[in-house]
Design a protein around this ligand. Structure first.
Ligand SMILES: Cc1cc2nc3c(=O)[nH]c(=O)nc-3n(C[C@H](O)[C@H](O)[C@H](O)COP(=O)(O)OP(=O)(O)OC[C@H]3O[C@@H](n4cnc5c(N)ncnc54)[C@H](O)[C@@H]3O)c2cc1C
Length: 490
């Protein structure tokens, strides 16, 4: 029998497993797919390794969230390059520098330097610095005990508690207070960064979470060497070295509580004292007994519009096609007046020069992605699905050729992922990615707790701290593993 079984071998599952195994507990990761990574996973083809979702690790620097994780489990920081992004707005380009001093100069120059602009950035910088620090110190949200509240006060600092009043404000509220709501370039850029991290709009985004989302680059975005394949191979090797067990190709079909947890997969049955589940809530709902389902009911948000999906185009191209820009990561916004997603905004991520674990010599791996609505992808007849997929791929490619005019010249690979692909390979409910869309009613104090009141079961993953992607998964793994550590030691 294992001390802890972890269902799902994505970013959250592997981070939990490593932390617990490093603390001396016996852990088992059950992963349905043939390889680890989930939404931060990868696939390989003809010598290329493509990131299927997340292309970057966040805050993997000394004393950052990722850095502290590595230190806790005995790993060196993974190798990779810290990246800057170019945001291509309809009427200007703005470089989102990782270096704060450069970023401050750039935003004043490109987005305006009026009193209102300065007040906006001052507030955003303050909120993000306080809450990034609180996250690194291990703030636990939502509060489930007095201890969590005391901890939050310590992490935020008494002198910063006045910022809690922004819990009830949205990004739009703040822009309106400063009379910046009609400033198109600023609003467009913020909307794009918020949609990317919180999967929601400026009107809905809680201000504090939005401030964290728009400053995520300042915390250091890094594409590891070999992309996500490089990262997952690296942590899997270490996990096994310290005694952890991974079973791939094991889809958990039943999670049942007897004296201990009994976990049935497509191939075998396992027993464990505690369970950590890193699946979206709807997926968890499908594998537990009615007594656990009752506990989940109040947190379920089955409405399709509350979730978002993603489209990704994977290209293997000759190096010279993308050699025109020193920065290999771009965010594009095409039209200020149209809603975001579905190609109106998109990412371009390119493997670093010389990263031959991501692409063969002379070539580069390119990932183009956009968020999308889920509903139009559900239950389409085959022909219609393929037509729709080809149409959105050509939209993304067209936009990307604005940045790299020769992008498609002699390309070697062209593959496209849709919500249907995510559903197939990550098994996520509706193929939705990144947690539900954030608003003031489902974020922070109202988020899905890690402990839903079922003994010996904890939840992790981007359902419990949606927004901020992989960094949230690493943060949550700290909360969950610390909590389990305390109960296992009792
Ligand atoms: C296109 C795209 C771009 C993104 N870009 C970024 C980015 O640049 N930076 C960033 O930080 N984040 C990004 N994200 C978000 C980030 O990838 C996710 O939030 C994060 O990887 C979620 O990790 P997780 O462990 O919570 O869930 P998942 O990755 O979904 O992991 C859950 C795992 O459980 C497995 N599983 C499912 N059902 C079962 C079952 N029944 N039994 C066993 N196993 C099961 C799945 O196969 C999966 O491996 C992006 C996401 C997408 C889709």
């Amino acid at each position: 029998m294992y001390d802890v079984v972890i269902v799902g071998g994505g970013m959250a599952g592997m981070s939990c497993a490593l932390r617990l195994q490093a603390k001396g507990f016996s852990t088992l990761v059950l992963e349905a797919h043939g390889q680890l990574g989930g939404c931060a996973g990868f696939f390989t083809k003809q010598g290329f390794s493509f990131d299927v979702g997340a292309t970057t690790l966040v805050d993997f620097q000394e004393n950052g969230i990722g850095g502290l994780f590595c230190a806790e489990v005995g790993l060196e920081l993974p190798g990779g390059e810290y990246i800057d992004y170019v945001a291509w707005l309809p009427d200007r380009q703005v470089t989102l520098y990782h270096d704060q001093r450069k970023w401050v100069r750039e935003r004043a120059e490109k987005l305006g330097d009026s009193d209102a602009h300065r007040a906006f950035w001052k507030l955003s910088d303050k909120v993000s610095s306080v809450f990034w620090k609180a996250s690194r110190k291990g703030i636990v949200l939502p509060f489930t005990s007095l201890a969590d509240i005391i901890r939050a006060v310590k992490c935020i600092g008494v002198s910063n508690l006045y910022l809690a009043r922004y819990l009830n404000k949205t990004m739009l509220d703040v822009l309106k207070e400063l009379k910046l709501e009609n400033d198109l370039p600023l609003r467009g850029l913020l909307a794009m960064l918020i949609e990317d991290t919180l999967h929601t709009t400026i009107e809905e985004a809680p201000f504090i979470n939005a401030a964290l989302g728009i400053t995520i680059r300042g915390s250091g975005l890094m594409r590891p060497v070999g992309g996500m394949r490089g990262y997952f191979n690296y942590i899997e090797a270490h996990y096994k070295k310290i005694g952890g067990t991974v079973k791939k190709g094991h889809t958990v079909t039943v999670l049942q509580q007897r004296e201990q947890w009994e976990i049935t997969t497509s191939k075998a049955t396992f027993a464990a004292r505690k369970a950590v589940v890193t699946l979206p809530l709807e997926n968890l709902y499908a594998i537990v007994s009615p007594s656990v389902q009752v506990k989940l009911d109040r947190y379920r948000t089955p409405g399709i519009d509350l979730y978002g999906g993603a489209i990704v185009v994977f290209l293997g191209v000759p190096e010279e096609n993308v050699a025109t820009h020193a920065i290999c990561h771009h965010q594009l916004l095409i039209d200020y007046d149209r809603p975001l997603g579905n190609g109106n905004n998109m990412f371009i991520s390119i493997s670093a020069a010389g990263d031959h674990a991501s692409a063969p010599p002379g070539f580069r791996a390119v990932m183009l992605s956009t968020h999308c609505s889920i509903a139009p992808w559900i239950d389409l007849p085959d022909a219609e699905y393929h037509e729709k997929k080809a149409a959105i791929a050509s939209v993304l490619i067209d936009h990307a050729t604005r940045v790299y005019p020769s992008l498609m010249l002699h390309h070697r690979i062209l593959e496209v992922g849709t919500p249907v692909t995510y559903q197939k390979y990550t098994r996520r409910y509706l193929g939705a990615v990144g947690g539900h869309k954030l608003n003031r009613k489902n974020a922070n104090l109202h988020a899905i707790p890690h402990d839903i009141g079922v003994k010996h079961l904890l939840l992790a993953g981007d359902a419990t701290w949606p927004g901020l992607g992989t960094v949230a998964s690493v943060m949550v793994s700290k909360i969950v593993s610390d909590r389990l550590y305390r109960t296992l030691m009792r």
